[in-house]
Design a protein around this ligand. Structure first.
Ligand SMILES: Cc1cc2nc3c(=O)[nH]c(=O)nc-3n(C[C@H](O)[C@H](O)[C@H](O)COP(=O)(O)OP(=O)(O)OC[C@H]3O[C@@H](n4cnc5c(N)ncnc54)[C@H](O)[C@@H]3O)c2cc1C
Length: 472
C-alpha cells in the first residue's frame, strides 16, 4: 500500500463501488486531495463484467438508465463513444400461464393488453376521476396498488416490475420510500394519472433510456478507477473510524488493514460509501446512534445466472429486453434479460445469451443452494419458457448474499435517523444505494451531492486549497 503522507488527509472515502468512486472522483475534480479505500481486489462493487468463451456476461447490473448526472459523468470521463443505447421500443414480456405476453409500456397498450381483465382496465382509466388520499401511516406497495387498482394489477404487472428493481416483496416495500413520486402524486393531485400528466417532461426534453458500454458495465468503474490513479487503494479494509479533537479542530482516525498490514490514518472528512452493515461496523466507534437505524436496513439476496446457447437451439425469437415472472407462475426466476438482443457484442456469431435473476426477498432460500443447483434450476426454467432445446454452451453463476437494500416500511424514518446521526458528527458523510434509490444513476446523483457537502465542510474548516464555491 502506498498511501500518500498527508496528515490529516483532507478526505477519505470508504468503499469503491459506484457510489464511492463517483464521490471520490467529484472531490478529485474539485481539487481536493482524496483517498478511496476499497476492501475488494478491484473497484466497482457489485458491477462486474466477465468474459468467457466469447460471451460477455454481466454478473451484477445489466444496464442503466441514462439520467443527466450519469451522462455528465460519462461525458467527463470521455466514454461517450463507448456508450450503447438499447432500442427504446424493445418489448418486455410478462410470463402468464407459461406464455410470454408483451408488457404494456405506454397508456394506450394498457387498454389492449391481454394481461389485464376489463375490471382492472376500468379501474386504471377511471382512476383520474377518483380522488384519494394516502393513509397517514407508511403504506406498502401492495396495499397501495390493491387500494387503487386491485389484485390483478399487483400480481401481473406491479410485483414483477418491483422485483426487477428491488428483488423485493411488495407487501413489505414502502411506497413512499421506494417510489416517492407515486406517493407525491396521490398526496398532491389525488390521482396517479393526473400527477403523471402534470409532471410530464416538456416536449423535446431528452428522454432517458437503457444504456450500457461496448465492453460492458464495468467500463464505468474501470474508467473512474483509472482517473483516480493512486488515490484508489484496493484490498484495503477499514475496520473502524474514531473521532478526535485537538485545539477545537475535529478529525478522524481510521484503522486500516492492507493484506496483513495494519495502519492508522487520520482524515479531516470521512465519507462512508460501504453497504449498511459494513458502515454500521465502521462507525460504531464514532457514535452509538448509527447502529439501530443501520440494523433496520434489510438486504435481499440475489443469484445471477448468465448462460450462452446456440441460437438455433432457441425457439423463441428473443427480440427485446427480456421477461419478468409473476410469483403466481410458481417459478424461482424473477426475470431474465436477453443480453444478446439488447446490446451488440454480448455473444459470438450464431449464439445467444440470457441472464436470469433468482431469489430476492420472496425466495431467499434459493440462494442457500449450491451454485450448480441454482444454475440447473434457473437454466431449466429459462429453457422451458423460451423453448430452448439444447443445454448451455457456457454459464456463470454469482450469488450476491446482500444484493439490494430493501426500502421497506419505515425506511424513510430510518434514512432520517441516519441523517440526524450524521449531522451530529461534523466532517462525517454517508453515501450509497440505501439512501435515495438503488439504481446506478441515483447512486451517482446522491454521491455528487455528498461530495459537494464534504467540499463545503472542508472549505468551512479552512482545509488548504479547498474553495467554498459549490461544484457546478
Ligand atoms: C444483481 C444486481 C442487479 C442490479 N441491476 C441493476 C440494473 O440493471 N441497473 C441499475 O441501475 N442498478 C442495478 N443494480 C443496483 C446497482 O448496481 C447498485 O445499487 C450499485 O451499483 C451499488 O453501488 P454502491 O457503491 O452503493 O455499493 P456496492 O457496489 O455494494 O459497493 C460497496 C463497496 O464497499 C466496499 N466495502 C465494504 N466494506 C468495506 C470496508 N470495511 N472497507 C473498505 N471497503 C469496503 C466493497 O468492497 C464494495 O466495493 C443491481 C444490483 C445488483 C446486486
Amino acid at each position: 500500500m502506498s498511501i500518500p503522507a498527508l496528515t490529516p488527509f483532507p478526505a477519505v472515502v470508504i468503499g469503491g463501488g459506484i457510489s464511492g468512486l463517483a464521490c471520490a472522483y467529484r472531490l478529485q475534480q474539485a481539487g481536493i486531495p482524496v483517498l478511496l479505500l476499497d476492501a475488494g481486489s478491484r473497484c466497482g462493487g457489485v458491477i462486474s463484467t466477465r468474459e468467457i468463451d466469447g460471451f460477455r456476461f454481466e454478473l451484477g447490473p445489466q444496464s442503466f438508465l441514462s439520467t443527466e448526472p450519469l451522462l455528465k459523468l460519462i461525458e467527463g470521463l470521455g466514454l461517450n463513444d463507448e456508450l450503447l443505447r438499447a432500442d427504446s421500443r424493445a418489448p418486455r414480456y410478462i410470463l402468464l400461464g407459461g406464455k410470454l405476453i408483451p408488457a404494456p409500456l405506454a397508456p394506450p397498450s394498457l387498454l389492449t393488453t391481454r394481461l389485464l381483465g376489463p375490471r382492472t382496465k376500468w379501474r386504471l382509466f377511471t382512476e383520474i376521476f377518483r380522488r384519494t388520499h394516502p393513509p397517514a401511516a407508511d403504506e406498502s406497495i401492495a396495499s397501495f396498488v390493491r387500494r387503487k387498482f386491485g389484485d390483478e394489477l399487483l400480481d401481473r404487472l406491479v410485483a414483477p416490475f418491483v422485483s426487477g428493481i428491488y428483488a423485493g416483496d411488495p407487501e413489505r416495500l414502502s411506497l413512499r420510500a421506494a417510489f416517492p413520486k407515486l406517493h407525491e402524486f396521490e398526496a398532491k393531485y389525488g390521482s396517479i394519472l393526473r400527477g403523471a400528466m402534470k409532471s410530464r417532461p416538456a416536449k423535446g426534453a431528452p428522454r432517458s433510456g437503457l444504456c450500457s458500454f461496448r465492453d460492458g458495465m464495468e467500463t464505468l468503474p474501470r474508467a473512474l478507477g483509472a482517473r483516480l490513479g493512486d488515490t484508489l487503494q484496493t484490498e484495503t479494509t477499514v475496520a473502524e473510524v474514531r473521532r478526535g479533537k485537538t485545539n477545537g479542530k475535529s478529525w478522524f482516525e481510521l484503522d486500516v488493514t492492507y493484506q496483513d498490514h495494519h495502519e492508522t490514518l487520520t482524515a479531516s472528512a470521512v465519507i462512508v460509501a460501504a453497504p449498511a452493515d459494513a458502515a454500521s461496523e465502521i462507525l460504531k466507534g464514532v457514535s452509538k446512534t448509527f447502529a439501530a437505524p443501520f440494523a433496520r436496513i434489510d438486504y435481499a439476496p440475489v443469484a445471477v445466472v448468465a448462460a450462452g446457447y446456440r441460437r438455433d437451439h432457441v425457439r423463441h425469437a428473443g427480440n427485446g429486453f427480456g421477461f419478468l415472472v409473476p410469483r403466481s407462475e410458481g417459478l424461482h426466476i424473477l426475470g431474465t434479460v436477453w443480453n444478446s438482443s439488447l446490446f451488440p457484442g454480448r455473444a459470438p456469431e450464431e449464439m445467444a445469451c440470457f441472464t436470469s435473476f433468482a431469489g430476492g426477498a420472496t425466495d431467499p432460500e434459493l440462494c442457500e443452494l449450491s451454485e450448480d443447483e441454482i444454475a440447473e434450476t434457473a437454466c431449466g426454467e429459462v429453457e422451458q419458457v423460451l423453448g430452448i432445446t439444447g443445454k448451455p454452451v457456457t454459464r456463470m453463476v454469482h450469488c450476491h448474499a446482500r444484493a439490494l437494500p430493501q426500502y421497506n416500511l419505515g425506511h424513510s424514518e430510518t434514512v432520517s435517523a441516519l441523517a440526524a446521526a450524521t449531522s451530529s458528527v461534523p466532517g462525517l458523510f454517508l453515501t450509497g444505494n440505501y439512501l435515495s434509490g438503488p439504481a446506478i444513476g441515483a447512486c451517482v446523483e446522491q454521491s455528487n451531492q455528498t461530495a459537494d457537502a464534504a467540499r463545503i465542510y472542508l472549505a468551512s474548516i479552512g482545509v488548504a486549497g479547498v474553495g467554498a464555491v459549490a461544484h457546478a
